[in-house]
Design a protein around this ligand. Structure first.
Ligand SMILES: Nc1nc2c(ncn2[C@@H]2O[C@H](COP(=O)(O)OP(=O)(O)O)[C@@H](O)[C@H]2O)c(=O)[nH]1
Ligand SMILES: [Mg+2]
Length: 695
C-alpha cells in the first residue's frame, strides 16, 4: 500500500555549509525512531553523509534522502549540501520538494551561501521554516540570528519556540503554541510547565506571535484589537495559511547535536508545511502532453495515470545506477513499463526502494506525492519525466548554471584516456554541475565545474569509483574577442589554374554591436552581384572564422557584418569558394577594426569577520576587482560585494582561507564581459602565437 497523500511532507533541509543540516536530519531521524542511535558528523557515522569524500571532509557534497514517521505522517527529508561548490545539486533536489527548512547557526547567522539557497526557495515559491541551530554554542544569539535573516532577506520571522538560556546556559526551548517548556536531559526531551523565571518572557513572545498571526486575517485582527484573543485553532490555521502563502515564516530554535528543540520542529512540519495535495492546489505541477502538445497539470491523486520526474542520479560502478524520483500522479508499481517522455524511450521500472541514507528499503508501490529510488534504469537522467505511455507528460525541468571554471585534464598514465572518458561520463550523470568534452582543435580533455574544489573532488571520486588517476593542467578562461571600430574589406578567393577553377569575391563591412548582442548578418546585395544561393556560404565562412578568433584564438562576439558587394564567375564560383572568401574578408577587415579581447567578470560576495575586512578588500583590489559595497550583518559579519575578473579568482578558495584564518566564505556568479587591460591582451596574443609555432 502506498502512503496517503495527505499524510506526506516532502522537504529539503537547506542552509549554508556547517549550519548543522546533516546533524539536524540525524536528530529528527533519531527522535522519530527511524534510527536507533544518533550519529555525529565528527564520528563519521551520520545517515546522510555516507560518501567517503564527505566523511573525509566532514561536510556534505551530495544530497541524500532519508525519511521518518511522526504522528502518523511520513516525512521525506533531503539533506542538501550548503557549500557553494555543490549547490546545483541542492537546487535540483529542491525542485522536487514541497517545502524547505532553512538551518541557520545561532552564532554565525546567515552566510553568503544561505542567501543562495534562500533565493532558490524563492524561485520555486516554497513555503519554509527557519531553524536557528547551535543554541548551545558559546556566543549563540537567537535574536541576532533572527534579525540577520530578516534584514538580509527582507522578511519578518514569527518565533514558534524561543530559547531558555543561550550558549553554556542553554537549557531548552519554550513552545509558544503549547506554552510548555521542553528541556532535554541526556538527549531525552521532557515537557514541563514554564519555570517562573521565564513566564514573563514566554508571555511577551506569545503576545507577539498572536499579533503577527492576527495581522494575516482582517477578521481575526479586528477581534484581536477589540480584546478577544484568537482561539488555538485559529492560531494554528493562521500560521499554516500564512506559511503556505509566504506571509509568515515561522522560526524555531534548538540544538541538533544535543537534541534540543527537535520535537517542536517535527510537530511544526506537520502542522505548518503543506502535504503534496495542498502544495499542488497552490502550485500545480505543470507539464505538456507530448501527444497533443497541450499544456496540462497533474494532480497528486491515486486514480490517475502515473507520472514522475527524476531529480537525482547516483552512479555506482558496482551496484549500477540509482535513479531518485518523485511521483506526481497515479500509483507506480514495480516492474511497470513507462515512457521516458524526455528521451522518447520506453523503460521498465525494476525494483524500487525508499532510501534512508545509503540504506535501501524495498517497496512495491509508490503513490502520488511520494519519493523513492529505482535501480539500473538505462535511459533516465536527472531532470527527465516518465509516465504512463498512454498519457505521456513532459514536466518543466530545472535549468542548470554553466560551469564557472574549466581545466584541461589528462590521465596520469598514458593509454588511460578511454577509462577517464567512461568514468567521467558516469559521474556526469550524477552531477548536474559538471561538464566534460574534448576540445575539437587541441583534442584536450576539458573538465568544467563550479570551482577548483568541485573538480578536485570529482577526480577523487573518479579514482575511487573507476580506478583511474588524472591530473589537472591549466585552467581555461573563456575569453572572447570583439571589435571597437567599423571597417570594410574584400575577400577574394581565386584558383583558376588546371582542372575546375574556384572563384568567390565579396565585400563586407563590420561594425561593433553592444555587449551581449552576439552576431548579426545583413545581406545588402541587390541586383545579383553575388547569386542568392552563395550568400549563406559567405555567412557560413564568416561564422566559422569568428569561432577561430582574429588575434588570439578566442571566439568573436558582438559584431554586425554587412555583405554589400561582390563578383562571381559563371563556371568557377561555388559555395566552397564563397565560404573561403567570407572568412578571408573577415580576417582582412580585422587590422582596421581595433580587435580587442574581453574577459569574463564575476560577481563575488565575500563574508568575513570584521578583523579581516582590510585584508579581503586589499586582496580584491590587487586582483583588479571593483568593490561595490560592504554591508554588515547583526552578527558582525561583513559582506563585501565586488566585481572581479575570473582569471584572478581561480584559486580564491585557498587564498580566502589564508586571508581570513579559514573564517571567510564566498559565492560567485558570472556577471558580464569587459575589455582586458593591454598587458593581459598582449600576453594572450603571444600565447596564441607560441601555441601556433609549436603546432
Ligand atoms: N555545538 C553544536 N554543534 C553542532 C550543532 N549542530 C551541528 N554541530 C556541529 O557543526 C558541524 C557542522 O555540522 P553539519 O551537520 O555537518 O552541518 P551541515 O554542513 O549544515 O550539514 C559539525 O561539527 C557538527 O557536529 C549544534 O546544535 N551544536
Ligand atoms: Mg551536511
Amino acid at each position: 500500500m502506498s502512503i496517503d497523500v495527505g499524510k506526506i511532507r516532502n522537504l529539503a533541509v537547506i542552509g549554508g555549509g556547517g549550519a548543522g543540516k546533516t546533524s539536524l536530519v540525524e536528530a529528527m531521524l533519531f527522535d522519530a525512531k527511524a534510527v536507533e542511535r544518533m550519529g555525529r558528523v565528527e564520528d563519521e557515522n551520520t545517515v546522510t553523509d555516507f560518501e567517503p569524500e564527505e566523511i573525509n571532509r566532514k561536510f556534505s557534497i551530495s544530497s541524500a534522502l532519508a525519511y521518518c514517521d511522526w504522528n502518523g505522517h511520513r516525512i521525506n527529508l533531503v539533506d542538501t549540501p550548503g557549500f557553494i561548490n555543490f549547490l546545483e545539486d541542492t537546487k535540483c533536489c529542491l525542485s522536487a520538494m514541497d517545502a524547505a527548512v532553512v538551518v541557520v547557526g545561532a552564532r554565525v547567522g546567515v552566510k553568503a551561501e544561505t542567501g543562495k539557497v534562500w533565493q532558490y526557495a524563492n524561485d520555486y515559491e516554497l513555503p519554509r521554516l527557519v531553524f536557528i541551530n547551535k543554541m548551545d554554542k558559546e556566543n549563540a544569539s537567537f535574536r541576532n540570528a533572527v534579525e540577520g535573516v530578516e534584514k538580509s532577506y527582507g522578511v519578518s520571522l514569527v518565533p514558534l519556540t524561543v530559547p531558555m538560556g543561550e550558549g553554556s546556559s542553554f537549557e531548552g526551548v519554550i513552545d509558544l503554541l503549547k506554552m510548555k517548556a521542553v528541556t532535554f536531559r541526556g538527549g531525552v526531551p521532557t515537557e514541563s510547565d514554564i519555570p517562573d523565571t521565564y513566564t514573563e518572557y514566554a508571555e511577551e513572545n506569545r503576545k507577539q506571535l498572536i499579533e503577527k498571526v492576527a495581522e494575516t486575517d482582517d477578521e481575526m485582527l479586528e477581534k484581536y484589537l477589540e480584546g478577544t484573543d484568537p482561539t488555538e485553532e485559529e492560531i494554528s490555521r493562521g500560521i499554516k495559511f500564512g506559511t503556505m502563502s509566504g506571509t509568515i515564516i515561522p522560526v524555531l530554535c534548538g540544538s541538533a547535536t544535543v537534541n534540543a528543540g527537535i520535537q517542536p520542529l517535527l510537530d511544526t512540519i506537520l502542522t505548518c508545511l503543506p502535504s503534496p495535495s495542498e502544495r499542488a492546489e497552490q502550485h500545480p505541477t505543470k507539464g505538456s502532453d507530448t501527444k497533443s502538445e497541450e499544456k496540462i497539470e497533474r494532480k497528486p491523486v491515486a486514480d490517475a495515470p502515473v507520472s514522475l520526474r527524476v531529480f537525482k542520479t547516483i552512479a555506482d560502478p558496482f551496484a549500477g545506477k540509482l535513479t531518485l524520483f518523485r511521483v506526481y500522479s497515479g500509483i507506480l508499481k514495480s516492474d511497470s513499463n513507462l515512457l521516458n517522455t524526455t528521451k522518447d524511450r520506453k523503460e521498465k521500472m525494476g525494483s524500487m526502494f525508499y532510501l534512508i541514507g545509503k540504506k535501501q528499503v524495498p517497496v512495491k508501490e509508490i503513490g502520488p506525492g511520494e519519493i523513492a529510488a529505482v535501480a539500473k534504469l538505462k535511459e533516465a537522467q536527472t531532470g527527465d519525466s516518465m509516465s504512463d505511455p498512454g498519457s505521456p507528460v513532459l514536466f518543466e525541468t530545472v535549468k542548470f548554471a554553466d560551469p564557472m571554471i574549466s581545466y584541461a585534464i589528462e590521465p596520469k598514465s598514458r593509454g588511460d584516456e578511454e577509462k577517464v572518458g567512461t568514468g567521467l561520463n558516469r559521474l556526469l550523470e550524477e552531477d548536474p554541475a559538471l561538464r566534460f568534452h574534448r576540445d575539437a582543435e587541441s583534442a584536450e580533455m576539458i573538465l568544467g565545474g563550479t570551482g577548483q574544489m568541485h573538480l578536485e573532488i570529482t577526480l577523487e571520486k573518479l579514482k575511487r569509483k573507476f580506478g583511474v588517476e588524472v591530473v589537472m593542467n591549466t585552467p581555461k578562461i573563456p575569453y572572447r574577442e570583439t571589435i571597437k571600430a567599423t571597417a570594410t574589406a574584400q575577400g577574394r578567393y581565386k584558383k583558376q589554374s588546371g582542372g575546375r577553377g574556384q572563384f568567390g569575391d565579396c565585400w563586407i563591412k563590420i561594425e561593433p554591436l553592444p555587449s551581449g548582442s552576439g552576431f548579426e548578418f545583413d545581406n545588402q546585395i541587390v541586383g545579383g552581384a553575388i547569386p542568392r544561393q552563395y550568400i549563406p556560404a559567405v555567412e557560413k565562412g564568416i561564422v566559422e572564422k569568428m569561432k577561430d578568433g582574429l588575434i588570439a584564438g578566442y571566439p568573436v562576439v558582438d559584431i554586425k557584418v554587412s555583405l554589400y558587394d561582390g563578383t562571381y564567375h559563371s563556371v568557377d564560383s561555388s559555395e566552397m569558394a564563397f565560404k573561403i572568401a567570407g572568412s578571408m574578408a573577415l580576417q582582412k577587415a580585422a587590422p582596421n577594426a581595433k580587435v580587442t579581447i574581453l574577459e569574463p567578470i564575476i560577481k563575488v560576495e565575500v563574508n568575513t569577520p570584521e578583523e579581516f575586512l582590510g585584508n579581503v578588500i586589499g586582496d580584491l583590489n590587487a586582483k583588479r576587482g571593483k568593490v561595490q559595497g560592504v554591508d554588515s550583518l547583526p552578527s558582525g559579519v561583513q559582506v563585501v560585494k565586488a566585481l572581479v575578473p575570473m582569471g584572478e579568482m581561480l584559486t580564491y578558495a585557498n587564498q580566502l582561507n589564508s586571508l581570513t584564518s579559514g573564517q571567510g566564505i564566498y559565492t560567485m556568479e558570472p556577471s558580464h564581459y569587459e575589455e582586458v587591460p593591454a598587458h593581459v591582451a598582449q600576453k594572450l596574443i603571444e600565447e596564441k602565437a607560441k601555441a601556433k609555432e609549436e603546432g
